[in-house]
Design a protein around this ligand. Structure first.
Ligand code: ZN
Length: 410
């Protein structure tokens, strides 16, 4: 895709800022900027004065959503499982799907492919945009409509001759478990396109082992329900590297390393300097594919802290634990609980098949978070506890993502 010209981008930013001064959701954020300045030719620079923030929760929007008749609503539940509603005009949705469709083409989907998708459109998923975006590739869409019964998914993929899967990583586990158990493979699958979540290295290895096609390609698209489609991968992009959809999004990386997105086209619910929660760095350009749009490399989620033993503790080390022991999200959960003693305790629930590694995992935990180790040593936090995972220990968001870290304290 051609990069957007600077002049065009600045003009779009200026229009957006002017719109945002009148919009009930954003006008407060621009209150400090005199309107006269926004009419100056270089007023796009004023964007830098808008303080970045996380997208709003839905309570504040209920009134606004009621007023909008010609629109479609989605919700995002993110990692917390709490719905946030987003209303898009139909034009905004179609604009997004056009770019999203381009991302699917860049990922390698062509008009001769039969693409199986797992989710079904609903208020709680953005699957409708997935289907509309796929239409841009000219492929055949096979909406399987569920991700929980591996046997049914396998049968449908085989019967309908799907050769591409378009899935959220969390949705692959039932299929892969079934294939492992039955010793089946799917060598006809030539491409798997993921989105919605980061694809863990361990899951990637599992896919390659089980599918039985050494030529299988994996690619992904990068989007959030809050901001729309953000990035696409060309064939030269490495894992977690994306070209920016510059005609739709203005991306910035803050000094803290967090990616911030401003959507150039959304007016109904403006996306103005929204924190994505992702850490990123700018990646080398120009790309070997010849596309001159900027590229980013995602480095993981922005630091997640949880108060344990009275102090904020970074908890992203559980991701590293999962990678180190090839634990998949459907085999692992972390419950933060209040022990009978009144102190906080971290209980790890791990699938029975890892039982022989529990001691090693204990040792790993003590070696990889010195703050928690010290708190355990001075009895401010109870020692780690490891239990066999039971089905009820797993929790998923309404869109199907596993919630690995569950805070069960009162
Ligand atoms: Zn490229």
């Amino acid at each position: 895709m051609y990069p957007i010209s600077q002049q065009n981008r600045n003009e779009l930013l200026r229009e957006l800022l002017l719109h945002c001064t009148k919009h009930p959701l954003t006008k407060k954020r621009l209150a400090g900027i005199p309107l006269s300045e926004l009419h100056q030719p270089d007023s796009h620079k004023l964007l830098q004065q808008v303080i970045p923030k996380h997208s709003e929760c839905h309570h504040k929007f209920t009134k606004l959503i009621k007023q909008n008749t010609s629109s479609i609503m989605f919700s995002t539940s993110g990692s917390t499982g709490k719905e946030k509603y987003i209303a898009l005009s139909f034009e905004e949705m179609l604009e997004n799907t056009r770019h999203h469709g381009f991302a699917y083409q860049a990922a390698g989907i062509t008009r001769s492919d039969r693409v199986a998708t797992f989710g079904m459109p609903s208020l709680l998923t953005s699957e409708l945009t997935v289907h509309l975006a796929l239409a841009n590739t000219g492929c055949q869409i096979l909406p399987i409509g569920q991700a929980t019964c591996g046997a049914t998914i396998f049968r449908l993929i085989s019967e309908l001759h799907a050769n591409v899967l378009l899935v959220m990583p969390s949705d692959l586990h039932s299929l892969l478990d079934y294939m492992e158990e039955e010793k089946y493979c799917l060598p006809q699958i030539r491409l798997i396109v993921t989105g919605g979540e980061k694809l863990q290295q361990s899951l990637k290895r599992r896919i390659m082992q089980l599918c039985g096609n050494a030529q299988l390609k994996l690619s992904s698209t990068f989007q959030t329900a809050d901001t729309g489609t953000i990035g696409y991968q060309c064939r030269y992009c490495v894992d977690n590297e994306y070209h920016i959809q510059e005609k739709l999004q203005y991306a910035e990386i803050l000094a803290s390393g967090e990616l911030v997105i401003t959507n150039l086209k959304r007016r109904q619910m403006p996306v103005l300097r929204i924190l994505t929660g992702d850490q990123a760095i700018w990646s080398g350009t120009p790309c070997l594919c010849g596309d001159q749009t900027a590229k980013i490399l995602l480095k993981g989620r922005a630091a997640q802290n949880t108060k344990i033993g009275g102090e904020k503790i970074p908890i992203d080390f559980f991701d590293r634990l999962m990678e180190s022991f090839s634990l998949h999200p459907h085999q692992f959960a972390v419950h933060i609980v209040t022990h009978d003693s009144g102190r906080d305790q971290i209980c790890l629930k791990i699938h029975d098949r890892y039982r022989s590694q529990f001691r090693k995992i204990q040792a790993w935990l003590l070696n990889h978070n010195s703050l928690l180790r010290e708190k355990i040593a001075v009895h401010l936090v109870e020692p780690y506890k490891i239990d066999i995972l039971q089905a009820h220990d797993l929790k998923r968001t309404k869109s199907g993502k596993f919630i690995t870290i569950q805070d069960n304290r009162p």
